[in-house]
Ligand binder design. Structure first.
Ligand code: NAI
Length: 467
């Protein structure tokens, strides 16, 4: 698999001009020399190029995926043996990820990425969704308390697994997570949901180290979340079902950055798109973009495709699915699997699961109608397809790389809290991607710059500008 992975990595490198430019820019300086980075982010071909960029800048890296279905095994294999075909570090990176992990395996993998051999600890975390950060924080919490609650007391199957991991860990080494937390200079977080968790921890006074919110770099959320999902949503639906999208009624729950991209791609295929929203601003945007805005209760019985993109919980309920059309397709593109009530679907016992193929299940209700659920309610663009394409991920991962360099080399400039990257770095990431698209930028004259009150070389917008 490694040879196949290497070929795809080489193709991806050409499509990731931002990351390759950063490799050239920092080749001599090696700003990440001494960095020990634990990464928890979908182990795809694009992530392989990110990992090898971090290594090229001097870092040592250990990796896990942040989703049980998102790993591309050939990408993982190629990273493990590195470009020269041997697993020797630093070019060969230990990767704990494969497609189709169980929850037990998933959390074991996350733990392996965080626990370095020979008593070393990571000094940087690169997270997507916050699971690595969560494990460290919960570990410290329970080490301080001197005990881990019994897994039976957990409110979800997944939390029971986490408690199990931490129980064992506390028995093995009662100070493991405290030591890891003390050594971490900071975390750079990739996605909306992970960033949300960080701000919550900060507000509660529980954040243990500084964090950079990579998601809210303009060149991340306004590109990856939007144009990335515009590409990979229908890729996932097509690979999973091959159902014609044109003419169908497709519902997109949530009209944030991800929802906007999803709605556009479904409309581009000729679907009649309906949006659901809780936020009046986003609802009005959807209406002005030409979509019907309704509640799921009103449209679930007539929809052919229902996609959740909210970062919220219990958006598609058991009751909705019980009322859906025969063979309606139900999928989620938000970070966690609780947007669709999968737990209710299996717990209630009135629907039978009929596996069709990996990551595609038919759930047949007692009345004979069924719904087709993609990736067990986990993000379908990574479970049923291969996630976002390289070019858009080059933007996201250039921000990740710059954020890692910032936090590692200028640690004192980032006190414990959640920070965003300065705008000139955001503009730099965009600039790195213009040439490949043949974009020619207009340059301000000195007089025009003075008129607008901005420097000729940028930044061009005030912090409050929303793009
Ligand atoms: P966002 O905050 O921009 O958008 C979410 C939208 O959903 C908001 O407008 C909110 O008002 C709306 N919403 C919340 N609860 C709702 C409900 N119950 N019903 C209807 N609408 C509701 O967030 P963004 O950036 O669009 O991300 C959404 C999710 O997708 C997050 O979990 C994020 O981590 C994830 N994500 C997934 C990616 C992927 O490749 N699958 C890529 C980027 C983000």
């Amino acid at each position: 698999m490694a040879a196949f992975g290497r070929k795809e990595i080489q193709l991806a490198e050409h499509e990731m001009p931002g990351l390759m430019a950063l490799r050239r820019e920092y080749a001599d300086e090696q700003p990440l020399a001494g960095a020990r980075i634990t990464g928890s982010l979908h182990m795809t071909i694009q992530t392989a190029v990110l990992i090898e960029t971090l290594v090229a800048l001097g870092a040592r890296v250990r990796w896990a995926s942040c989703n049980i279905f998102s790993t591309q095994d050939h990408a993982a294999a190629a990273v493990v043996v590195g470009p020269d075909g041997t697993p020797a570090e630093p070019a060969g990176v230990p990767v704990y990820a494969w497609k189709g992990e169980t929850l037990d395996e998933y959390w074991w993998c996350t733990e392996q990425a965080l626990v370095w051999p020979d008593g070393e600890t990571p000094n940087m975390i690169l997270d997507d969704g916050g699971d690595a950060t969560l494990l460290v924080h919960r570990g410290v919490e329970f080490e301080r308390a001197g005990a881990v609650p019994a897994p039976e007391t957990a409110d979800s199957e997944e939390y029971a697994v986490i408690l199990g991991v931490l129980r064992r860990s506390l028995e093995e080494d009662p100070r493991r997570w405290t030591r890891i937390a003390a050594g971490v200079r900071g975390v750079t977080e990739e996605t909306t949901t992970g960033v949300h968790r960080l701000y919550e921890m900060q507000a509660a006074g529980g954040l243990l180290f500084p964090a950079i919110n990579v998601n809210d770099a303009v060149t991340k959320s306004k590109f990856d979340n939007r144009y990335g999902c515009r590409h990979s949503l229908i890729d996932g639906i097509n690979r999973a079902t091959d159902v014609l999208i044109g003419g169908k009624v497709a519902v997109v729950c949530g009209y944030g950055d991800v929802g906007k991209g999803c709605a556009q791609s479904l409309q581009g295929q000729g679907a009649r798109v309906v949006v659901t929203e809780i936020d009046p601003i986003c609802a009005l945007q959807a209406a002005m973009d030409g979509y019907q805005v309704a509640t799921l209760e009103d449209v679930c019985a007539t929809a052919d495709i229902i996609i959740t993109a909210t970062g919220c919980a219990n958006v598609v309920t058991h009751e909705h699915m019980a009322r859906m059309k025969h063979q309606a397709i139900v999928g989620n593109i938000g970070h966690f699997d609780n947007e669709i009530d999968m737990a209710g679907l299996s717990r209630r016992g009135d629907a039978e699961r009929i596996p069709i193929k990996p990551q595609v299940d038919e759930w047949r209700f007692a009345d004979g109608h069924s719904v087709i659920v993609l990736s067990e309610g986990r993000l379908l663009n990574l479970g049923n397809a291969t996630g976002h394409p390289s070019f858009v991920m080059s933007n996201s991962f250039s921000n990740q790389t710059i954020a890692q360099i910032e936090l590692f080399t200028r640690t004192d400039a980032y006190p414990v809290g959640v920070h965003t990257l300065p705008k000139h770095l955001d503009e730099k990431v965009a600039r790195l991607h213009l040439g490949a698209l043949g974009v020619r930028l207009t340059e301000l004259t000195k007089e025009q710059a003075a008129y607008l009150g901005v420097p000729v070389e940028g930044p061009y917008k005030a912090e409050h500008y929303r793009y």
